[in-house]
Ligand binder design. Structure first.
Ligand code: ADP
Length: 228
């Protein structure tokens, strides 16, 4: 019954999640059509529209991946890739989004791992998007990557509302979202952390949540660099 309720919430939130970036993209295009904007303004509108396009894409990718997991398909393709470059690219990508919080990144270069690069992108994107929802303007998100012999460690930390101890496990449940769907102000579908943990575990790792100081959440991801 709990799952049925969560699933109903999911449909509500997916509808909302689709409509808001689409409406935004339409508005950016209409404004550019009607007004003769100067070049910098035009670039800002284009960047915003591209970011909204990415968000729609992520939404579809998350939903697709959740569906494939449900059908127990073998969804991962493992190969060698440069994890440092991937995390760095993500940091750069988010930095170009107008209005997105600043990302303070400390990335150990040259970490090569054997895994599914697309899945790792989905994982880290979900964590950064989440952190951004709870980051007030002027504050930044901390992103770190390091490694030891066998494992890579990714950390995404914010200074938002944090996650109470009794929710630190629940947030990884499929469709789980803290608070009430009708009154909630932050966006989301409740798939992000479910998928993120699934992906980490498929790389013989895991995700845990710690409290940031003085407030906020730290998501710590551990991945085996050589999972076969
Ligand atoms: P979504 O973000 O789409 O709601 P997630 O699975 O990514 O779904 O997150 C589940 C819930 O965990 C969120 O609804 C939110 O309540 C909580 N959460 C996730 N990330 C954070 C964060 N950085 N700070 C505070 N709460 C968070």
């Amino acid at each position: 019954f709990e799952l049925a309720r969560l699933q109903k919430n999911f449909l509500l939130s997916v509808t909302h999640e689709f409509k808001s970036p689409l409406a935004a993209i339409k508005l950016y295009l209409e404004t550019m059509q009607r007004h003769d904007l100067d070049a910098p303004k035009q670039q800002t509108f284009i960047k915003n529209a591209l970011y909204d396009t990415d968000r729609l894409n992520q939404l579809v990718e998350n939903a697709l991946m959740a569906n494939l997991i449900e059908r127990q398909s073998n969804i991962f393709t493992f190969e060698d890739f440069d994890l440092s470059a991937k995390i760095n690219d993500l940091a750069i990508k988010f930095s170009s989004v107008p209005g997105f919080p600043k990302i303070d990144s400390t990335i150990t270069p040259g970490i090569i791992m054997h895994g599914d690069g697309n899945a790792i992108t989905i994982l880290v994107t979900n964590l950064i998007e989440n952190a951004s929802k709870y980051t007030a303007s002027g504050e930044s998100i901390r992103l770190t990557l390091n490694n030891n012999g066998q494992h890579a460690f990714i950390e995404v930390a914010d200074h938002g509302i944090g996650i109470p101890d009794d929710e630190k496990e629940k947030v990884f449940q499929k469709f789980y979202r803290a608070g009430n769907e009708e009154t909630r102000s932050t966006k989301g579908t409740g798939l992000g952390l479910y998928l993120s943990r699934y992906i980490a575990r498929k790389h013989q790792g895991d995700i845990k949540i710690l409290d940031n100081q003085p407030k906020g959440a730290i998501f710590q991801v551990r991945l085996n660099k050589a999972v076969q």
